[in-house]
Design a protein around this ligand. Structure first.
Ligand code: ADP
Length: 446
């Protein structure tokens, strides 16, 4: 499968699509995982803060007497909490400490009066003036982030006292998310490498049955053509002998028809065998061949064909010799196919021009005619085997529809490309490109 360009290109494309789709799905799963972790973090933290704030709120409210004041009965419950003046509350061993959690690293607690002024606090505080929003995300020193909850407090008589705020630093969570992000990002190239390898293997596996049936079809065509060759040759020689042996004009006429059809069939079989050979993975034997000489030879051979239908066949060659490494007989066949097609599809009085160009990285051969052109919707199909343009079928030019398939197979065997530009009623131009590694340029002066 590797030696067949079409199959290896299709395998690369298939593997690329597999890798892209799996990569996208993995990327989306990574983003989903990250978002889920983010959500879980916020949910757990808020649950904890809400439960802490609720407990503290319910324990303190029955003890609060005057708005904005933390009286003597409340202070022993809040050890480590300091007033804005700097005085800190001391623990009372006889009583439980409901604010013990704020001694833990990362938490803070603060009390605001009704105007939003801080009355007392404990733990590391975020910067900026506090507000009374229920949930808030705040920033502290060194861009440390905090999640905070605010709850309004009332005195035991029901008057507004101020606010209780509890917050927690998000630093350990941010560190965890940073590591998660890093793991996902650094892991992605490694996973993509594995996905690429797996895609390549899977695409190979998927294409194996198709390649097998393609090879079987190719083998069948080659075997059938091979088997047909001998009976056709025998038939031809028998026809020739019969022709000489029987001297009757009516029989001669029939023999002539049979001979013509036999020759046509023999040419078809030869073309099929050539296509099969060109599609074999074995590399062609390369020899230096001068494209200038090749085109001159083609003109000499085909000028009589062009003259017969009153078409002018002309060539435009560069001063420099353009030498390609290739199979000369195959390149000659390529030229014959393109030029005879151009002649056959150009009305009397028209011109067929063969131009050779030696560019810095490739050799270009243009076969341009002023003929009938090819409709745009059929241009992609004309390189297919046995395909003939609709209008041509009714004209019965005698072609089998293999000429351009052979031309394309020859170009591909030389690692080149063939391109068609055509306009109905104005003419067609076939451009053959042969790459630099097959091209050698010599000056005529040299
Ligand atoms: P064939 O051997 O029958 O000519 P090809 O494979 O060479 O088959 O060509 C396929 C079809 O492409 C032909 O039927 C013909 O109609 C069309 N074609 C090829 N060359 C030209 C051209 N220069 N101008 C117009 N039509 C063309």
């Amino acid at each position: 499968m590797r030696q067949n360009k079409l199959f290896s290109q299709t395998r690369i494309r298939l593997a690329g699509w597999y890798a892209l789709v799996i990569g996208l799905l993995l990327g989306l799963s990574g983003i989903g995982l990250y978002q889920a972790a983010l959500y879980a973090q916020q949910y757990t933290l808020r649950q904890k803060l809400e439960s802490l704030a609720g407990t503290l709120h319910d324990s303190l409210e029955p003890l609060l007497e005057h708005p904005g004041e933390l009286s003597g009965t409340v202070r022993p419950l809040l050890p480590g909490v300091c007033l804005a003046s700097g005085e800190c509350f001391q623990p009372d061993d006889s009583r439980r400490h409901i604010a013990g959690v704020f001694q833990q690293e990362g938490y803070y607690l603060r009390f605001l009066d009704r105007t939003g002024q801080t009355i007392a606090f404990a733990g590391e505080q975020p910067v900026g003036k506090p507000t009374a929003a229920y949930w808030q995300r705040l920033v502290g020193v060194g861009d440390k982030r905090f999640e905070q909850i605010s709850m309004p407090l009332r005195t035991k008589t029901g008057a507004a006292w101020g606010y209780l705020q509890i917050g927690r630093s998000l630093q350990d969570w941010d560190n965890y998310l940073h590591i998660l992000r890093l793991t996902l990002l650094l892991g992605l190239p490694f996973v993509m490498l594995l996905v690429g390898g797996a895609s390549w293997w899977l695409s190979g596996l998927a294409m194996q049955p198709i390649y097998r049936s393609y090879r079987q079809m190719q083998q069948f065509t080659s075997d059938a053509a091979h088997e047909l060759r001998t009976p056709l040759t025998v038939l031809q020689s028998t026809l020739e002998d019969t022709w000489v042996a029987i001297d009757l004009p009516e029989v001669h006429q029939n023999l002539e028809i049979m001979e013509r059809q036999n020759l046509r069939l023999s040419k078809l079989v030869k073309d099929l065998l050539l296509i099969c050979r060109l599609e074999q993975p074995a590399p062609i034997k390369l020899h230096p061949c001068c494209l200038n000489d090749l085109i001159i030879d083609l003109q000499e051979e085909l000028i009589s064909v062009a003259d017969a239908v009153d078409v002018l066949l002309q060539t435009k060659l560069p001063e420099d010799l353009v030498i390609v490494l290739g199979d000369e007989s195959q390149l000659y066949r390529l030229g014959v196919n393109l030029i005879t097609n151009a002649i056959h599809h150009t009305p009397a009085g028209g011109t067929v021009t063969v131009t050779l160009e030696g560019a810095s990285h490739e050799a270009l051969i243009h076969v341009q005619d002023t003929g009938i052109g090819i409709p745009p919707d059929q241009q992609a199909q004309i390189f297919e085997r046995f395909y003939r343009v609709q209008s041509d079928r009714s004209r019965a030019t005698g072609g089998s529809g293999l000429g351009l398939s052979i031309a394309q197979a020859i170009v591909q065997a030389h690692e080149g490309s063939i391109q068609l530009d055509s306009e109905v009623g104005k003419g067609s131009r076939f451009t053959v490109r042969l790459p630099l590694n097959h091209v050698d340029r010599h000056s005529t002066q040299a």
